[in-house]
Design a protein around this ligand. Structure first.
Ligand SMILES: [Zn+2]
Length: 145
């Protein structure tokens, strides 16, 4: 976010709050010290991901992709199939038409889809995404396959 006064790209957020139009951020330029306000507007089909610690961030397909691609690393599954699955997941999430979706809801959906393609990728993704409480949980999950 460039400073509107001196165009310096480095600014810091001094205040952040939710407003009906989106997220309002108060920023201060690190160079000229002038302050300005920015609004993060939500576009149609966009939504926020609510994480376990209650923090929220705009859904980012690239993050979803990198997590899924990591799970499928060196697995004998065609890249085409993986991409198709990622598109399906994104479509499903956007079609919900919700402004906020819990990260756990996304995780469960992704796991269901991955399971259909490859068990090893599923276990990899699940072990990262879902915090297995203890080894018992993990064993139960493996047994269920
Ligand atoms: Zn400035």
């Amino acid at each position: 976010m460039d400073c509107p006064y001196c165009l310096n790209p480095k600014t810091k957020v001094t205040d952040k709050r939710k407003s009906p139009g989106g997220i309002r951020r108060r920023r201060e330029c690190l160079k000229c010290k002038k302050r300005f306000t920015t609004y993060e507007k939500i576009a149609k089909g966009d939504f926020y991901v609510i994480k376990k610690d209650e923090s929220r961030e705009l859904f980012d397909t690239r993050k979803l992709e990198s997590g899924i691609e990591k799970a499928f690393e060196k697995r004998p599954v065609a890249q085409e199939k993986i991409e198709k699955m990622i598109n399906e997941i994104e479509d499903l999430l956007r079609k919900k038409g919700k402004k906020e979706i819990k990260s756990s809801t996304i995780g469960e959906l992704v796991m269901k889809k991955i399971k259909k393609l490859d068990n090893i990728a599923y276990i990899r993704f699940a072990s990262v995404y879902r915090d297995f409480q203890d080894v018992q949980d993990f064993k139960k999950e493996l047994k269920g396959l």
